[in-house]
Design a protein around this ligand. Structure first.
Ligand code: ATP
Length: 232
């Protein structure tokens, strides 16, 4: 469960000596229960990415708390947050962020290598996951030999390989055509139902937001809960 309380953050912008303070998050409250899909929807520049960076522990807020299963991320130092992230969070990005010099198999394997998992166990886990996400046939392809939808499937498999309870997805279908978008949204819903993974999706697209159990709208640095669930 993710609980956010009184989260506020500003950036200092402008020339040195003449900086101004721009408040981006103004005391947000948010909750994501275990196994929920939560979407955060808002216009460009509304602060969605800033919120996601704070939720995932990449950025320390000016004030407020982020609790994950009761553990306060904002009370940790950077090294502690990085270790926590590797164990608990997976990430899916709009532009996939696959390593161009690695095959699909090697991209999915990478988080396990970073965690120090032995080679035989890595191979077994990756093969199993590629099979269940329908990627076995393209295991030896490099990212530039894959369609956008296939690259995003590899991106999602990479996020899943460490079996995190929570996956953060930043505009996961933002680079895809509408048919491929539906495929990826169905995959996210099916992973959510099958494995009970919590998804936090940020998007400017109401159709994407509509797959969520809970939707928050970001406006002027504030967050309001609301929106209907719609199953595709
Ligand atoms: N490192 C930074 N330094 C200064 N200002 C920043 C920084 N990061 C973001 N901002 C500002 O904070 C505001 C919110 O940005 P953010 O990227 O969180 O919005 P967003 O809703 O994710 O937008 P988009 O959908 O375009 O990615 C913007 O006005 C942006 O210019």
């Amino acid at each position: 469960m993710i609980e956010v309380k009184g989260l506020a953050h500003s950036f200092r912008v402008g020339k040195k000596g003449k900086e101004t303070e721009v408040p981006v998050l103004k005391g947000l409250t948010l909750q994501a229960a275990d196994g929920e899909i939560v979407s955060i929807v808002g216009r460009s520049g509304s602060g969605k990415s800033t919120l996601l960076h704070i939720l995932a522990g990449f950025l320390q807020p000016d004030s407020g708390r982020v609790l994950v299963d009761g553990t306060d991320l904002t009370a940790m130092n950077e090294a502690q947050r990085a270790a926590y992230r590797l164990d608990h969070f997976g990430f899916v990005f709009q532009n996939f962020q696959l390593m161009p010099g690695l095959t699909a198999f090697e991209n999915v394997e990478l988080p396990l290598t970073l965690k120090g998992v032995p080679a035989a166990e890595r191979r077994r886990k990756v093969e199993e996951l590629l099979e269940s996400t329908g990627l076995s046939d393209i295991r030896s392809h490099y990212p530039n030999e894959l369609s956008g939808g296939q690259q995003q499937r590899v991106g999602i498999a990479r996020a899943l390989i460490t079996e995190p309870p929570i996956i953060f997805a930043d505009e996961p279908t933002g680079s895809l055509d509408s048919e491929t978008e539906q495929d990826i949204l169905l995959l996210i819903q099916s992973l959510n139902r099958t494995y009970g993974i919590t998804f936090v999706i940020i998007t400017h697209d109401d159709e994407v937001a509509a797959i969520a159990d809970r939707t928050y709208r970001m406006h002027d640095g504030e967050l309001a809960e609301g929106g209907l669930r719609h199953v595709i």
